[in-house]
Ligand binder design. Structure first.
Ligand SMILES: [Mn+2]
Length: 564
């Protein structure tokens, strides 16, 4: 059962927004909840355009980076881009490569293999690469801020390095780099912009194109920036909001061969494409390459000009995605069987293990189990006498803080508050499981283990109409920091007997006596037991407009319900 939590909102700020203009009360509430609490911020939120982006040269290091890159292009020096295997890293490589190629640069790229090399700058890989492509300039994207040693080594080899990254820096920076572009570096000038790795590279491309006037618009980059930014789960506010909004617009208008092939294989209608298509369809597919195959295929897909090649790459991506889904299902079944052996009353930490479980999917399955059982979940794969795995935590429990207390049992660990990776000797698994479990009982209150639903505001059914929906659309694109609004209605009547669809979804109609809506709960079959026809109930939902048989109507997507 979820705990319902209605967001508190500062009434004064709401009336400041509604005063003297047409803004309805519910919209003002939604904005204030999202931190858009002055008329100026609201104006920027709704009408921000490319012209509102900050001057890229305000970012520390930009002048030095642009100068060195243009010099390399001029002198035909070989330039290599070093990236990452996730969607953010891949997107960043794509736009930088496109720009430098167009500028006449001699450019190549490389990225680590998730399992062979791991994340970050790897010298061995670069030394190997240099045998075929003797580069003089290296540009990192979505990584490199911690590569102090590596940058020193590269400098000794006579290679200039430009770091572009958005990860948290250590106290020591890679000072030997020609330039460091990272909003999180103190004094960067962009501390308030939570750009993704691809967002930082976009600022670089923006600066380069100001100096060279190579492109009339930056649409080619924006399309890809929107994909990387949404996939990397950075807040879609401020500059990120503009980038994603403009990127989606650019996709609606035109696509490139690769993008076209990918949208086709994801079954996305490009004119209606929204940020959720990136989160649910595009990102998992691209990530499947890094997990099970070779992420370079995604880069080739985005950059090819040949239709047949684009199709091939998209097909490969879909195959890998199907494989990922199969592996995920198999592992999920094994994990769920193991959970049945657990006494859940006594379990605050689930640690599940098996021999040779696929490391490419254990993190995804851990997330699923965390959502279902709502407590920290670790899944590890045992290989000989070692176990490798992922932990997913819940809000309010910083898993790194917890693991610090078990350093003696762990061979290594790292990550952030909500997600960590661990390596542990097989013989220590049981002690770790019992230890963390006990620690969670002793140090964290029981309430934390009850999942919460955040409700934006309470509404009446009479409010939901075309005008309401038009206003809601203005808040898009939805994502982190700007989630799809969630509403609550109290005391409505369940008008039809709830119907189960495929034993997974639930569907019924509800009304307040005057206004009647179709309600559908995806993956909410378990709510079926709670209500019957003619009950009165409170509903939590989001609003969607759907088209069926040429008819447009509102559908309420059910989040939760309770009988009165
Ligand atoms: Mn990133």
């Amino acid at each position: 059962m979820y705990k319902w939590s209605l967001k508190e909102v500062d009434a004064e700020k709401v009336s400041e927004l509604t005063a003297g203009n047409e803004m309805p009360n519910f919209l003002a509430k939604l904005l204030v909840i999202r931190g858009i609490d002055t008329p100026a911020k609201a104006e920027q939120f709704f009408n921000g355009t490319m012209a509102d982006l900050h001057d890229p040269f305000m970012m520390q290091g930009m002048e030095a980076a642009v100068t060195r890159i243009l010099e390399a292009v001029e002198r035909h020096e070989k330039i290599i881009i070093y990236g990452d295997y996730d969607v953010d890293g891949i997107s960043a490589i794509v736009i930088l490569k496109q720009f430098l190629t167009e500028a006449g640069g001699d450019v190549s790229y490389t990225l680590p293999n998730r399992f062979k090399d791991g994340y970050g700058v790897k010298i061995d890989k670069l030394v190997e690469e240099r045998k075929q492509f003797p580069f003089r300039l290296l540009i990192t994207v979505d990584c490199g801020i911690k590569a102090v040693e590596e940058v020193n080594t590269l400098a000794k080899m006579g290679i200039d390095v430009i770091i572009t990254d958005h990860h948290e820096p250590d106290r020591e920076l890679p000072e030997k780099a020609v330039a460091i572009l990272n909003p999180k570096v103190p004094g960067s000038g962009f501390e308030h912009e939570p750009l993704a790795g691809v967002g930082v590279v976009f600022k670089l491309v923006q600066a380069l194109s100001q100096r060279t006037s190579l492109f009339e618009t930056l649409d080619f980059a924006l399309k890809i920036v929107s994909i990387g930014t949404v996939a990397d789960l950075v807040p879609l506010l401020s500059e990120n909001r503009i980038l994603v909004k403009e990127g989606l617009k650019a996709i609606h208008k035109t696509t490139t061969r690769g993008l076209e092939a990918m949208l086709e294989s994801c079954n996305i209608d490009r004119e209606g494409m929204a940020s959720v298509d990136i989160s649910y369809k595009i990102a998992p597919r691209i990530n499947a390459l890094g997990r099970l195959g070779d992420a370079t295929n995604a880069i080739e897909m985005f950059t090819t000009n040949t239709e047949a090649d684009a199709r091939e790459y998209a097909k490969y991506m879909n195959r890998k995605n199907a494989e990922r889904q199969r592996l995920e299902k198999t592992l999920e079944t094994m994990v769920m069987n193991q959970i049945e052996q657990e006494d859940m009353e006594k379990t605050r930490f689930l640690l599940l293990s098996g021999t040779d479980w696929h490391k490419g999917v254990i993190g995804i399955v851990a997330s699923k189990v965390q959502k279902k059982h709502y407590r920290p979940v670790g899944i590890v794969s045992i290989e000989d006498d070692m176990a490798f795995g992922s932990i997913r935590s819940i809000e309010g429990i910083n898993i790194i803080d917890v693991l610090e207390n078990f350093e003696t049992l762990l061979s290594s660990y790292g990550g952030h508050q909500q997600a960590a990776g661990i390596t542990v000797k097989r013989e220590n698994l049981q002690a770790l499981k019992d230890g963390v479990n006990e620690y969670l009982f002793d140090h964290y209150p029981e309430e934390l283990f009850t999942p919460r639903i955040d409700i934006d505001c309470e509404v009446e059914f009479s409010l939901i109409d075309d005008a309401f929906y038009e206003q809601l659309k203005k808040i898009e694109p939805f994502g982190i920091g700007n989630p799809q609004p969630v509403f609550m209605v109290q005391d409505v009547i369940i008008e039809t007997e709830p119907e189960l669809i495929n034993n997974r979804h639930i569907k019924f109609e509800a009304s307040d006596g005057l206004h009647r809506f179709e309600v559908i709960g995806y993956n909410k079959a378990h709510l079926d037991e709670r209500v019957q026809k003619f009950d009165s109930a409170d509903l939590v939902f989001s609003v969607e407009k759907v088209k069926w048989n040429r008819r447009m109507y509102f559908q309420l997507n059910l989040v939760d319900l309770r009988r009165r």
